[in-house]
Design a protein around this ligand. Structure first.
Ligand code: NOJ
Ligand code: CA
Length: 570
């Protein structure tokens, strides 16, 4: 790549890794992971190729939503360590080339947060307007609740003052009134602290809920509020403190609405957003063995400003949400990957990890990750994905996928010296237990998923056009195959994935697609051949830009466009 543009947007080609301190490694034998444990595994993450660690909440919490119900934004949970441990972690990570971003929950606090304890005392308490209160009877909001198993309204009557407060999530998570300038000031202050302690950005929780201003009757709204102003303000503020900082938003909305959360023409709000739509399309495509839903999603993905990016993922710490599929499509995914009602959650998702969903089939598991890493954007792994950990369905709700990291083959998976029954969560038994799935065995095995994943990460890092480039889906006549071209300046790679179990041969062509948008005096050199990035080998082109690719069932190839005269170092 001539890379005439500055290459200082580190997050364009980062490899993200989400982990929770509590479930990563326990160093003091209390059965719960801690910051020291996380720090001692930074070398492990660096070896895997991770360049950015996303930490789930580690703040003091009332323990009602795995740390997403915060009682103090300004420090760490004493069970995890202290602020100095946090700074050590960031420092050690930096020294190994890993940046740290942290979960940031600005939509709500715990009801045990001192602000809320004050707020609920009286209607004229100075903290009253830190939260969203209404005196009139709320409308029926039962259809909008996020956790329908325990909540039936977004509003809760608080006896003491006889008014209702807004809570988009559990009733113990009252929504902050981000329209209140004082609250916004507090949010900036909190961000300022963590930036000073060395973080490189924030994973901003539950962004669309900050925008739900219409939930509050106009006459009771004290402040005029444009939520975009808040995001713009925070982005600018973070940028002033440290120009490298990213805001990575959790924004599960249709593509047509996603653009506005990135901001105006220069992308001045969220830096990155998770691609929830693409993720759901991948699962539908995998369930059908038909790549067309994904091809359609990719074609509908809004093109982004250079200062923005998508984060691609297959699984995260929540249920695999399928809420943007139609009922019939969702049922197809349920039938394929989670037929037992106990695997399903809130009628919209699956509380499972990827490998058991794919029947433990190594071909399909690798195909899925190859696909994810080849999609334009920045890949994001959830801890344990690199070794193919499974879920523990004995644990209720979403926590089934948040079991301790499996480092070794013993009963505690090398996570802790505590007794197995004293662990923060029970480790799965059976085929996904630590005896069969653990880091220690896989790291020294050239054929393991861990080794595959580290190769995938290295190839992704060697292919900056995936992070920087534009995507085009190539036409062909095999429904089970996705063939897509990513290109940036004169760098280009085509990835071909067969989602079906039968071998196929696809005929593809670059005619009218490759280099189409290249401008400038220096025309790129003609293509010499395509070089296999994952499995080696090469593919020759016919004189008109056409080429054939043969794939096994669930087969995949990444093919780098090699031009005449190129000297390849990767
Ligand atoms: C989204 C988080 O991913 C989820 O785990 C949490 O329960 C809600 N936001 C509320 O903070
Ligand atoms: Ca511990």
């Amino acid at each position: 790549m001539r890379l005439t543009k500055t290459a200082d947007q580190w997050w364009k080609t980062a490899v993200l890794y989400c982990a929770s301190v509590q479930t990563f490694l326990d160093t003091n034998g209390d059965g719960r992971g801690d910051l020291e444990g996380m720090t001692s595994r930074i070398d492990y993450l660096a070896d895997l190729g991770i360049t950015c660690l996303w930490l789930m909440p580690f703040y003091p919490t009332a323990d009602a939503d795995d740390g997403y119900d915060i009682t103090d934004f300004l420090t760490v949970d004493p069970r995890d360590g202290d602020l100095a441990d946090f700074v050590s972690l960031v420092q050690v990570a930096r020294s190994r080339g890993i940046r740290v971003i942290i979960d940031f929950v600005m939509n709500h606090t715990s009801d045990q947060h001192p602000w809320f304890k004050e707020s609920r005392k009286s209607v004229d308490n100075p903290y009253r307007n830190y939260y969203v209160w209404r005196s009139s009877t709320p409308p029926d909001t039962s259809a909008a609740v996020v956790f329908p198993d325990v909540e039936d309204s977004l509003w809760e009557l608080d006896e003491r003052t006889g008014e209702y407060y807004l809570h988009n999530f559990y009733k113990t998570q009252p929504d902050l009134n981000v329209a209140n300038p004082e609250v916004r000031e507090q949010i900036s202050k909190v961000m300022g602290l963590w930036l000073q302690l060395g973080v490189s950005g924030f994973r901003v929780d539950a962004v669309p809920f900050l925008f739900a201003v219409d939930d509050v009757p106009a006459k009771e709204r004290e402040f005029q509020y444009d939520p975009h102003d808040t995001l713009r303000h925070l982005k600018a503020y973070c940028g002033r403190r440290d120009s490298d900082v990213i805001l990575l938003g959790e924004v599960n909305v249709p593509y047509k609405d996603q653009k506005k959360f990135f901001g105006g023409a220069d992308g001045d709000e969220l830096t990155m957003q998770f691609d929830f739509i693409g993720m759901q399309a991948i699962w539908l495509a995998l369930a059908r063995g038909d790549a067309r839903p994904l091809a359609k999603a990719l074609a509908g993905r809004p093109a982004l400003d250079e200062s923005n990016q998508y984060a691609n993922f297959l699984r995260n710490h929540d249920e695999l949400t399928l809420d943007k599929l139609t009922d019939a499509e969702r049922q197809e995914v349920f039938d394929a990957f989670g037929p037992d009602p106990d695997m399903q959650l809130y009628d919209r998702g699956l509380r499972r990890r990827l490998p058991p969903m794919l029947g433990g089939d190594p071909r399909r598991i690798r195909l899925a990750y190859s696909l994810m890493f080849s999609l334009p954007g920045t890949p994001c792994l959830f801890y344990g994905e690199e070794i193919g950990m499974g879920e523990n369905l004995d644990i209720p709700g979403r926590y089934s996928v948040r079991t301790p990291m499996q480092w070794g083959p013993n009963a505690t998976g090398g996570f802790s010296t505590a007794k197995p029954r004293s662990l923060v969560r029970p480790i799965p038994e059976g085929p996904y237990g630590p005896a069969r799935i653990n880091v220690s065995d896989q790291r020294s095995d050239p054929d393991s998923l861990w080794t595959f994943m580290s190769t995938l990460i290295r190839r992704y890092r060697q292919s900056p056009e995936i992070g920087w480039g534009a995507v085009q889906v190539l036409k062909h006549d095999q429904p089970s195959v996705l063939a897509h071209l990513v290109q940036q300046e004169d760098w280009a790679m085509v990835a071909v994935h067969n989602l079906g179990d039968e071998p196929v041969s696809v005929s593809l062509s670059f005619d009218g697609v490759l280099d189409r948008d290249l401008t400038g005096p220096a025309a790129p050199a003609p293509v010499d051949h395509l070089a296999g990035l994952l499995h080696g080998g090469r593919v020759e082109l016919d004189g008109k830009g056409g080429f054939d690719v043969d794939l096994d069932g669930y087969g995949y190839r990444w093919l780098r466009v090699v031009r005449e005269g190129d000297i390849r170092i990767a």
